[in-house]
Every structure is written in structure tokens, then in C-alpha cells.
Design a protein around this ligand. Structure first.
Ligand code: KIV
Ligand code: ZN
Length: 547
């Protein structure tokens, strides 16, 4: 991929590294919705998944490549370990995209070589050259990563990088896999690569990093100053453990402080040209979509997208902002699309107005989904006077979550509770083959009673590890937004739903989480970094790529 040295490419890995966060797994519809929104956001590359992980992952990458990978759209990338079977599966999955990339990786730190790969440095060097060359025989755009670069011997890494570029890698990615580096060190690492790898000018230098010490974004900004031109990040910073570098923080730092960064990219300090191709006004919507669908709640004080990021509580601050916003604000909330929460529709709005507003918001639902979302809207309009864009987003994200393969559909929920009463719930579910099941249970409160009744029906052991509720908008008639996480055999599954009745929202969120649990408990996808490199011929049939 040709890279303008005065621009920073944004590589989004929400659907790959982000989805590796515990409990963040997404179904096909959800992945497609996020990929479409990432394209609207204007990211340069979407890492859509790890195709070799499972048939479902392969299918999702292929569908994203087909529907989002248009010639004007982002590059669609898949991850592959440095193994021929992974690389072949990846090439097949990204094939429908007009612009496609294989991202292959192998660890370069001694600790990984000794304990994980059990390979020598010369073996890693040979595998790198062979696998990059193989990937390059399948696609023109190949990214190579030195996993655990942050703890690797730089001299050895220079050799590996030179070999990867020699074999055809067009992007070299430097991951701080365990979030160990500090900003000055990470900047020096990138400067060292730039100075010591003889053929580095034939590739784009990329960085990838985890937030274990809360330094990922700072590390990336130092890397940009030292020559990195691609940043691998996720929406809301979701990802393994403490997460990945957060896309919105990076993009807004490069935007707000561009006069500081411009000279490092060879531009005059006063240049107002954007440093990334991201449409910042899409940030808030993207953040909400990812949070709703993954069940990963955004902390209120999170930079750029937290609920408090633009709130001024203190009287002194409010006074200053009223006199001149610049006294306490470095970002106009509209720049990230925040203040756009207008009242969009009401009780009398028809189907075409509903569809038109959804399209303006960037959602193109298929006919059946549109019909279902419209009837949800009508029900809501009967109960809530004004329907805002936030309400519409909540309806749509819930629609996307209730996928066609759902094992259970919530038909009815009824509770009785109050002073002196034992909270009791009766729930009815419809199974995939159309049968109706009903159960009643008592609990410590109405939500507990609903969950008990649903558990009696589904009969899968699970532990409720998170229940959170927040209101979608202000006002007494606001919808309650519920996120639930269930643990089953050590794996987390999340569910999300919104309704003006919080008990109904809780029941629906619980059913959504149960459906994910039931779909996911049959097969756990392979983890790209924690599964040993396969040897051809050793793979069980079900793990061979669908070629
Ligand atoms: O953190 C990491 O090292 C990764 C690689 C696979 C790029 O996610
Ligand atoms: Zn990672």
C-alpha cells in the first residue's frame, strides 16, 4: 500500500484484537455492522479477524471483504500465524475485497522463542522469509509483525525485519504485545529500526500496542515522531487484558495537536491538513455501536468518548465555558459528533421517515430487520414522547444483536414485586423450532427472578458476573440500556438490550447473552497468539482451512 509520508494510516483491529477481549465476541451481523461503521469512520485498514480460528471467523472475514471491501473502501486484512495453512485460509477469506492484505506474525523475543515457539533465532528467521514469501505469492499487500517486539533484542529484530522486507512484506509492524515499553524507549526502538534496517524504506513502519501500563497511546505518538506511519488501534481501546491503543485518542491527539506533530511528518507546523483520514464526527457513533455490541461499557471518564469527557460540573468551569468555551475546552464536542442528538422522530412518523433517518445515521437495514426495527420504534413511540437519534441507535444495535440463528426468542415477561411481596417472574421463550416454553421463579428482586426463570428454561450452568444499567437519554421516559455478562466454563458472554421497561431490557439482554453462550459453547475459536504453530498434516480435519 503506497503511503504518503505526511499522513498516518489508521489500522483498526477492533474486530480482531478487540474481539479477543474476554466476553467481547460478536456474531456475524454485529461484525458486519461494525465493519460498515468503520468504513464510514474512514479507517484505512480493517483487520476483520483471524480466518483460521474457526469456520465462523473465516466466514465473517469473507463477508466483510465482500460487503465493505469496495475499491474506494478500506483495505480488508486478516491475521495469520506464520504457517502456510493460516496464510492460505487468510488469503481465501480476504479474496472478495478489492484491496486485501495478509497480516502474518511470529514472535521475536527470546522469552517467546524459548517458551512458546521452542525455536531458535535462525529457525524464526527462516520461517519469516518463507512465510512472507508465500503470503506475497497470494496477495500484493503483506504485513509482517515481530510479536513481542517491545521485549525483543533489537539487533535480532533488524535481521528479521530485513528478511521479511526482502521476501516481500510491504508493512512492518512493531507490537508492544505485553504493554511493557515506555514512550521514550518505544520511540527509540522505531528510530533504531529506521536507522539500522537497510531496506526499511521499502515498507511502512507500523506500531501495535497494549495498554498494560496505560502507555499505549503515548508510545504510539512517540513512534509517529520517529517514523511510524501506521497505527494499529481499536475503538474504545478494547482488546486483550488492559486493551489496545485507543483509536479515538490517537486520532484526536493528532488532530488537536497537529501543529506539534506536523514537523515530524515533514509539514509546516501551521498546516491545517488532517494527519489521518478519519472522519472525526463519526467517532461517538462508532464508540457507542462497539460498546453496545461487545458489551464493553465505556468508563465515564474515558478520554474523547466517556460520558463525562465534555461535561463541566464545577461552577468555575461552567462560568468560564459560558464566557468563552476555549477557557476549559480543547475539543468542540461537535468535532467528535457528540452534540448531534436531535429529536428525530415522533409517534406519527411513518416507515419511510424512519428508514430515511436511519440512513442519515448510516444504517442500511435489510427488509426484515427494518420491519422489526420499525415495529420496535412504534412501540417505543407509544411510550416515549420524543425519539432521539440515541434511541434509534439503541433500537438498531439491539436489532443487529438478535441474529437469525438465535436459539431462544423472548416472547413475554411479567413480574410482580413491591413492598412486602416476594419478587416473582414469569417468562416465555420461543425455541428455534417454534415451541413455547414458560417458567416462573422467585428471586431477591424482579431482575433476579427473571434471570432465575430464564436459567430454569435454558438449563445451562452460568454465573452472572456483570449487570449494568444506564439511561439512553435524559428524562423520566428514557430507555434503560442493560448490559449483562455471563460466565460459562471460564468464558465470558455478553448481552445487551434497551427498553423503557428496565425489567424487559434485562430479560432481553439475558436472552441475548444466553444465545451467545449456547452458540459459542459448541466450539471455541483458536486464539492466534496462544495456539502453537501448526505443522501441516498434523491438523485435525475440522481445523483445516476451508479451501
Ligand atoms: O499484540 C500482538 O502482538 C498482536 C500481534 C498478533 C500483532 O496482536
Ligand atoms: Zn495485540
Amino acid at each position: 500500500m503506497a503511503c504518503d509520508p505526511g499522513r498516518v494510516l489508521i489500522f483498526d483491529t477492533t474486530l480482531r484484537d478487540g474481539e479477543q477481549s474476554p466476553g467481547a465476541s460478536l456474531n456475524l451481523e454485529e461484525k458486519l455492522a461494525i465493519a460498515q461503521q468503520l468504513a464510514r469512520l474512514g479507517v484505512d485498514i480493517i483487520e476483520a479477524g483471524f480466518p483460521f480460528a474457526s469456520a465462523g471467523d473465516f466466514n465473517a472475514v469473507q463477508r466483510i471483504a465482500a460487503s465493505v471491501g469496495s475499491p474506494e473502501g478500506p483495505v480488508i486484512c486478516g491475521l495469520a500465524r506464520a504457517a502456510a495453512v493460516d496464510i492460505k485460509a487468510c488469503a481465501d477469506a480476504v479474496a472478495p475485497a478489492a484491496r486485501r492484505r495478509i497480516h502474518t506474525f511470529i514472535a521475536t523475543s527470546d522469552i517467546h522463542l524459548e517458551h512458546k515457539l521452542r525455536k531458535s533465532r535462525s529457525e524464526v528467521l527462516a520461517i519469516t522469509a518463507e512465510m512472507v514469501e508465500y503470503a506475497r505469492s497470494l496477495v500484493d499487500d503483506v504485513e509482517f509483525s515481530c510479536e513481542d517486539a517491545g521485549r525483543s533484542d533489537p539487533e535480532f529484530m533488524y535481521q528479521v525485519i530485513a528478511a521479511a522486507i526482502e521476501a516481500g512484506a510491504t508493512t512492518i509492524n512493531i507490537p508492544d504485545t505485553v504493554g511493557y515499553a515506555t514512550p521514550a524507549e518505544f520511540g527509540d526502538l522505531i528510530a533504531g529500526i529506521d536507522a539500522h534496517v537497510p531496506n526499511i524504506n521499502q515498507a511502512v513502519i507500523s506500531v501495535h500496542g497494549h495498554n498494560d501500563l496505560g502507555l499505549a497511546v503515548a508510545n504510539f505518538l512517540e513512534a509517529v515522531k520517529n517514523g511510524a506511519r501506521q497505527l494499529e488501534c481499536t475503538i474504545n481501546g478494547i482488546g486483550e487484558r488492559a486493551g489496545n491503543a485507543s483509536l479515538e485518542e490517537l486520532v484526536m491527539a493528532l488532530h488537536v495537536r497537529r501543529s506539534y506533530f506536523n514537523p515530524f511528518l515533514g509539514r509546516p507546523a501551521e498546516s491545517v491538513e488532517p494527519l489521518t483520514g478519519v472522519r472525526t464526527e463519526e467517532i461517538t457513533k462508532t464508540s457507542r455501536l462497539v460498546s453496545n455490541l461487545t458489551g464493553m461499557v465505556v468508563q465515564p471518564n474515558k478520554a474523547i468518548v466517556g460520558a463525562n469527557a465534555f461535561a463541566h460540573e464545577s461552577g468555575i468551569h461552567q462560568d468560564g465555558v459560558l464566557k468563552n468555551r476555549l477557557t476549559y475546552e480543547i475539543i468542540d464536542a461537535r468535532t467528535v459528533g457528540l452534540s448531534d442528538n436531535r429529536i428525530s422522530l415522533g409517534k406519527l412518523s411513518g416507515r419511510s421517515a424512519f428508514r430515511a433517518r436511519l440512513e442519515e445515521l448510516g444504517y442500511n437495514l435489510e427488509r426484515q430487520d427494518l420491519d422489526d426495527a420499525f415495529s420496535r420504534f412504534k412501540e417505543l413511540a407509544d411510550r416515549k414522547r420524543e425519539i432521539t437519534d440515541r434511541d434509534l441507535e439503541a433500537i438498531v444495535s439491539e436489532q443487529v444483536q438478535q441474529n437469525d440463528e438465535a436459539i431462544y426468542t423472548l416472547k413475554r415477561v411479567q413480574v410482580s414485586c413491591g413492598t412486602g411481596l416476594q419478587p416473582t417472574a414469569t417468562v416465555s421463550l420461543i425455541t428455534a423450532d417454534g415451541a413455547e416454553l414458560t417458567e416462573a421463579a422467585i428471586g431477591t428482586g424482579p431482575v433476579d427472578a427473571v434471570c432465575q426463570a430464564l436459567n430454569h428454561l435454558a438449563q445451562v450452568p452460568n454465573e452472572l458476573v456483570e449487570f449494568s444499567i444506564k439511561s439512553v437519554t435524559e428524562g423520566i421516559d428514557a430507555m434503560g440500556d442493560v448490559t449483562i455478562r455471563l460466565r460459562h466454563q471460564g468464558v465470558l458472554y455478553s448481552g445487551h438490550a434497551a427498553d423503557t421497561d428496565i425489567v424487559v431490557a434485562a430479560a432481553q439482554a439475558f436472552v441475548n447473552a444466553l444465545n451467545r453462550l449456547l452458540a459459542g459453547s459448541h466450539s471455541q475459536p483458536l486464539h492466534p497468539q496462544k495456539t502453537p504453530l501448526p505443522q501441516l498434516g498434523e491438523l485435525p480435519l475440522h481445523q483445516r482451512p476451508r479451501v
